[in-house]
Design a protein around this ligand. Sequence first.
Ligand code: GDG
Length: 448
Amino acid sequence: MGRLVVVSNRVPSSSDRHHPAGGLAVALQDALRRGESLWFGWSGKQVAEEEKHSRTVSQEQVENVTYATIDLTHSEFDGFYQKYSNGILWPLCHYRAGLMDFIRRDREIYLDVNKFYARKLRDLLRPDDIIWVHDYHLFPFAQALRNLGVKNKIGFFLHIPFPPWSLMKSLPSAVSLLKNMQAYDVIGLQTEDDARNMNDGFMQCGFGPRAQAFPIGIDPDSFARQAEAGEHDAEVHRLKASLRGRPLVIGVDRLDYSKGLPERFLGYEAFLKRFPEHKGKVMYLQITPVSRGNVADYKALKRDLDETAGRINGMYGDFDWTPIRYLTQSVPRHLLAGFYRLADAALVTPLRDGMNLVAKEFVAAQKEHNPGSLILSRFAGAAAEMEDALLVNPHDPEEISDALHRALIMPKAERLARGKKLRESVWRVTASSWARDFLEELSKDRPE
Ligand code: GDG
């Protein structure tokens, strides 16, 4: 059997290779362990332009996985990663065409980096390797490999949403982006809606391939174990003591405009206004580690959130009660699991999200006999599988506030019934079943 070759822009750093703590490394854990495998991508390092032609792939083997990484120059990092991937494709795929900052030069750098990665990977490939490419940084990667004569099977998975073609085509060269995707043998998206949107694009452009839905999951057993262990953790105890018996509402999101954080804060404000009986009696902890902090839209979002949290705390707080405990630092994963378990409700209200793993982690972390309630945006991919959450439209603060009130007063029987269904969904589609299903599809024989 050939190796599994994973290609993603970011590759787990050396310190994460022995014990993956989250992200794609956890999702792919089982698939990578099955045999010899290779993980290729960016090292996370930037080098000066003078070093552009002397860069080499560095390799480290950890158990059966070889990690092969390459540096980017400053201008590649800027054009390929910050500008085109995160400044154009990310907002557009999250239905925010207005945030796109299109400059043709960045698109050229994006294509060049894809070609550069392809040349570097080709030298490492064996004829029977199966290649699995991840995410929007690498849409044209298979075509770049095919142009170099690579005949291996190549699959692609998009972790973020794919909008309707009528919106997607506002991307200059959108047709060529889709055209290049014909080089993949299998194309996977998070939901049926995303797959339908992409297939509609293929159809309208007269291209042959078909995208399919492969919703991603977590490793619920291991997350549940971490959450249980968290109950004995000193820091989880400290959080519990600080609640003094009051219910805890939790939110955990990278600081990103797709996550609907300003809207969520306004929803919480509406909750305090419309249901004043909860004032002073509920604790809302929002954990929001800063991400992409040097991109202008993210800086502006952070200023907005800092301001809104400060305003709400000033206006509704009391000398012994803070309405929102708002942290912009990252919290270690085992603590996060313990915090989820302690929470009575979670607010997961993205404006758009490919899947949203926080929703699934929260459910896995709950006490089976006394679960907390999940308030979930209809526009998270997870909503398609988690209909027993309290589904909300995150654009309507009053809808968020009603759901929060309902979550906090929900009779135990209803919480148990919803919790049971939600658990079933989180245990039905897991990280390992996701990878297995995708790779099974990719291994099938196909006509040339
Ligand atoms: C993309 C898609 C799709 C968050 N804060 C902390 C922390 N986290 C962890 C969460 C969760 C992960 O980060 C976030 O995953 P999400 O799925 O919620 O969102 P994205 O990062 O946007 O991921 C998304 C995903 O890819 C997978 O396909 O679901 O739709 O946008 O695991 O727990 N972890 C720690 N400290 C924090 O402060 N340790």
